[in-house]
Design a protein around this ligand. Structure first.
Ligand code: NDP
Length: 253
């Protein structure tokens, strides 16, 4: 564990797997006390135990970002355990494939709620105190779909477009407050995302992606690569704001 000159408690949402779990480990290794949240709290607890095993500070609490009461209970537990939160990584996300005109509107609305309003619930819970203390970093995990729509993922695409729009507005509002809001925009990353899709749905989606040129790039990123980008944004020196970091896989040399 690297010594860190300041104690900067960090919250990571969607920390039970993939990018969120990797981010919690990476931030902890950089010296941040970390609070992990997701619905599968037992998986968060396993990651927290890994952090503690190497001398880091980590706590895990159940969190459903689509549920205001859950967010409030999570924020209260984190404040009790770690004190003032200085870093928020809003990473929780999920995607269900479907043909837009066939998807039930209720499901469409739930996907938007997870991607956009879910992030806003965390903003409400943690950013006012950051502004008051005049310091903080908020990193929102977006996706390359935010600049290139992906068929059969209209709600997910709309959600990430909406999320990046919210962050752009916040960046202007937060100017001069000492709080930096940033976007990290990962390309294709190995994680548990999509592992819950039926073989039929996955096969159809992949076939169509090839047709529309979305599956040309055979290279995938590891979650640790996105975690490194997030840690770089959070660790940027004062006076510097890494507004947007797009992470793409490098082709083998
Ligand atoms: P994973 O499926 O591995 O992780 C998603 C995480 O989000 C899980 O920890 C899950 O935990 C959590 N989550 C889902 N719904 C909720 C909820 N309602 N409340 C709280 N937590 C929730 O996928 P990734 O690591 O790939 O995804 C992380 C982020 O990265 C997402 O925002 C995704 O959109 C983005 N991304 C991923 C890419 C990829 O190719 N994998 C590419 C670009 C962006 P639990 O189920 O326990 O609640």
């Amino acid at each position: 564990r690297h010594p860190h000159p300041e104690r900067r408690p960090a919250v990571v949402t969607g920390a039970s797997s993939g990018i969120g779990a990797a981010t919690a480990l990476t931030l902890a290794a950089a010296g941040h006390p970390v609070a992990l949240g997701a619905r599968r709290v037992e998986r968060c607890e396993e990651v927290a135990a890994q952090v503690r095993a190497v001398g880091g500070e980590a706590v895990a609490h159940a969190l459903d970002v689509t549920d205001a009461d859950s967010v409030a209970a999570f924020a209260a537990a984190v404040a009790r355990d770690l004190g003032d939160v200085e870093v928020l990584v809003s990473n929780a996300g999920a995607v269900a494939p479907g043909v837009t005109h066939e998807v039930e509107t209720e499901r469409f609305a739930r996907e938007l709620d997870l991607a956009v309003t879910g992030a806003h619930r965390l903003v409400r819970a943690f950013v006012p105190a950051m502004v008051e203390r005049r310091r903080g970093d908020v990193v929102f995990v977006s996706s390359d779909v935010a600049v290139r729509a992906r068929p059969f993922m209209a709600a997910y695409t709309a959600g990430k477009w909406g999320l990046e729009g919210m962050v752009q507005a916040m960046q202007m509002e937060l100017e001069g407050t000492g709080v930096r809001a940033s976007v990290v925009r990962p390309g294709p990353t190995w994680s548990e995302m999509g592992t819950d899709w039926s073989d039929e749905a996955a096969g159809e989606v992949l076939t169509q992606w090839v047709r529309f040129g979305h599956a040309r790039h055979p290279h995938f990123l590891k979650p640790a690569a996105i975690a490194d980008a997030i840690a770089t944004v959070v660790g940027a020196r004062r006076g510097v704001h890494l507004n947007l970091v797009e992470v793409t896989p490098e082709a083998p040399v």
